[in-house]
Design a protein around this ligand. Structure first.
Ligand SMILES: Nc1ncnc2c1ncn2[C@@H]1O[C@H](COP(=O)(O)OP(=O)(O)OP(=O)(O)O)[C@@H](O)[C@H]1O
Ligand SMILES: [Mg+2]
Length: 156
């Protein structure tokens, strides 16, 4: 009986730390909604992560030094505002949600955060802000599925 109860507990608490990357898109919002519900059902901890994308070197030539810095600041402000909104939205959810910002290439930073933070699940949307092409997965979600060490739940 004791073993049976422990086995059931293990099944229920299969994920303890869930990482939810967001780019602020409505698809991401849906993934946060699902990830938070899943975390609540399992008593897991949640971190919502935004990665300030590093622009490729060639793109930086289009900006003078000053305007490029202003552009980066705007992206950073967008990330902070968006994560503040996530904080507000889930303030009464009964779940403590941590928010975090990293800088770099989004898929690389998402996989690194998952590894460093010893997360056991990444929950993310299949597509995000750049939803123009007809592919099922975007460039970031497909790379995370490919390179992440931990399990990935793709919300469609
Ligand atoms: N900068 C980012 N920071 C955190 N998570 C991100 C970031 N960019 C994308 N993601 C995550 O990846 C998911 C899928 O987005 P992705 O960028 O792969 O698709 P897309 O924007 O539709 O297409 P693409 O960017 O390849 O043109 C997003 O919903 C979000 O969960
Ligand atoms: Mg994108």
């Amino acid at each position: 009986m004791y073993n049976l109860i422990n086995n059931i507990k293990e099944l229920i608490y299969i994920y303890n730390r869930i990482l939810i990357p967001t780019d602020g898109s409505h698809r991401s919002d849906e993934a946060i909604e699902k990830g938070v519900a899943l975390a609540k059902s399992m008593g897991a901890k949640v971190t919502v992560l935004y990665v300030i994308p590093k622009t490729p070197i060639y793109a930086q030539y289009d900006f003078s030094g000053a305007s490029y810095n202003a552009f980066l600041l705007e992206i950073e402000k967008f990330g902070i505002m968006m994560l503040d909104l996530v904080d507000e939205r889930y303030a009464d959810s009964g779940l403590k949600i941590e928010t975090k910002i990293r800088k770099g290439h989004p898929s690389h930073e998402i996989c690194t955060e998952a590894k460093e933070g010893i997360y056991d699940l990444i929950v993310m949307a299949s597509r995000g802000l750049g939803e123009i092409q007809g592919y099922l997965l975007g460039s970031i979600s497909s790379k995370v599925v490919k390179y992440s060490d931990c399990s990935v739940l793709i919300v469609k």
